[in-house]
Design a protein around this ligand. Structure first.
Ligand code: IFM
Length: 466
């Protein structure tokens, strides 16, 4: 079978890959790193598939040199990784860990030495446990601690980092972490999750200020935004769609991109707009225009109206919004069970462009698929399904660009088969296969395909116009 055609993207379009600290680094208690909420959570019984933890993950902390060589071989323009907050500040605030600072110096310098621009995420879910013990994202002090951490990172690495992402997918931190309890810290609250959402936004605003004061080049945020399809034209399904859009997207996009809180339905969203956690000036802080918006996209969803399941009004704010997810897609599914519908990415980008006149340049900061990757007898991993997924989603990005959306670049999720949160080692997103016993890395066919795409794109961009 021949590989899909390379999508046509503008000359300056940039290609990268992404990872996150807890998913790849390992070395969880080495060189002074403090514990994070994900250490605590993954070590608690029954939280992850087969009790997997990120203790070793891909051992990137020790093998970063090998991983930089893989990145170089791939030919990417940029590498997106996250800094583990508890590696720099083991207690969240207070004494700095010099060995932690040194690790990211080595990583950044190693990338620059082979011509790869670092994109740094400051927070990819690994909150220092000490801060969770003092209230976590429910309390404003955590946002203030984040600002200090951002200032430290900016001061140390700001001269070498091209792009800063304050938070990765705050939806997961707030709602999976504090409402559904599926992610660390595993809390099942209603209003606590809304407070967390707000404090995450405040943390972003404060960090933007610190990063800019330190002269950071480009500052933005990575949101997991959903393309939500309407279940039917019934008024109750339309209302359900609105509620889902608020919870999944607009809690973030409205304050960040339009300087307003989302319009909510009084009953389900009581407390969202007027929670006591909101202070005068917060909206201005959060709404300071970012240099770019990071969009993470994997699949569309359809929500229909459903009766509330929860008795307590407290839980009707962030957990039970009276919707149910419909399984209506006929497309292929990844091993995560996610339907593969690339057009939904074009639709999402066009929707953002239409809704927000102040939409900054967009980067696709996470997109990829988990597949059932097994090596053949010759050791080769023929992951054609992933190649199709990536080709089709890049074509969807090209369509959005043709429709007028300013998309500057794309990071594949992920470089490596890593620790996939509650799924442990049960899902493989990497362009590079990782044997979780030996930690041996084997580039898959998709790695070679992506390299070919990048090479062809560069050659075309450099061709003199005829
Ligand atoms: O692995 C995650 C990542 O940490 C955040 N975005 C989605 C990925 C796949 O689930």
């Amino acid at each position: 079978m021949s590989a899909p055609a390379f999508p046509e993207l503008p000359a300056g379009f940039r290609f990268g890959v992404a990872t996150a600290a807890y998913q790849v680094e390992g070395a969880h208690d080495e060189d002074g790193r403090g514990p994070s909420i994900w250490d605590t959570f993954s070590h608690s019984s029954g939280r992850t598939l087969a009790g997997a933890t990120g203790d070793t993950a891909c051992d990137h902390y020790h093998r970063y040199g090998e991983d930089i060589a893989l990145l170089r071989g791939l030919g990417v323009d940029g590498y997106r990784f996250s800094i583990a907050w508890p590696r720099l500040l083991p207690g969240g605030t207070g004494p700095v860990n010099p060995k932690g600072l040194d690790f990211y110096d080595r990583l950044i310098d190693g990338l620059l030495a082979v011509g790869i621009a670092p994109t740094v995420t400051l927070y990819h879910w690994d909150l220092p446990q000490a801060l969770e013990d003092r209230g976590g994202w429910r309390v404003r002090e955590t946002a203030e601690a984040f600002a200090q951490y951002a200032a430290l990172a900016a001061e140390r690495y700001g001269d070498r980092v091209e792009r800063w992402i304050t938070l990765n997918e705050p939806y997961c931190s707030a709602f999976l972490g504090y409402a559904e309890g599926r992610h660390a810290p595993g809390a099942e609250e209603g209003r606590g999750a809304l407070a967390a959402a707000h404090h995450l936004l405040v943390a972003h605003g404060l960090a933007v200020r610190e990063l800019r004061a330190a002269g950071a080049q480009e500052v933005g945020i990575a949101l997991s935004l959903d393309r939500i399809h309407l279940a039917s034209a019934l008024p109750e399904d339309r209302a359900a769609l609105r509620r889902a859009k608020v919870l999944h997207n607009e809690v973030w996009t409205e304050p960040l991109l339009a300087g307003r809180y989302p319009v909510h339905e009084a009953e389900t969203w009581a407390g969202l707009a007027d929670g006591p956690w909101r202070l005068p000036g917060d909206l201005e802080l959060i709404g300071a225009p970012p240099d770019f918006l990071g969009v993470n996209f994997y699949r569309p969803v359809t929500f229909a109206a459903a009766p509330h399941r929860e008795a307590a009004p407290e839980r009707r704010t962030a957990v039970d919004i009276g919707v149910t997810e419909l399984d209506r897609y006929r497309s292929r599914r990844t091993t995560m069970g996610w339907p593969v519908v690339p057009d939904a990415l074009t639709e999402l980008l066009r929707e953002l462009h239409a809704r927000y006149p102040r939409l900054p340049p967009v980067w696709i900061t996470g997109n990829g698929s988990a597949e059932d990757d097994t090596a053949g007898l010759d050791g080769r991993v023929r992951d054609t399904a992933r190649i199709d997924y990536l080709a089709d989603h890049l074509a969807a990005v090209a369509d959005a660009i043709s429709a007028g959306v300013d998309v500057r670049g794309y990071y594949v999720w992920s470089l490596l088969d890593d620790f996939e949160w509650t799924h442990g080692h049960g899902q493989r997103f990497g362009l590079v296969h990782v044997d979780h016993d030996t930690l041996t890395r084997t580039p898959k066919d998709s790695y070679h395909w992506y390299r070919g795409l990048i090479t062809a794109h560069r050659a075309q961009a450099e061709e003199p116009a005829r």
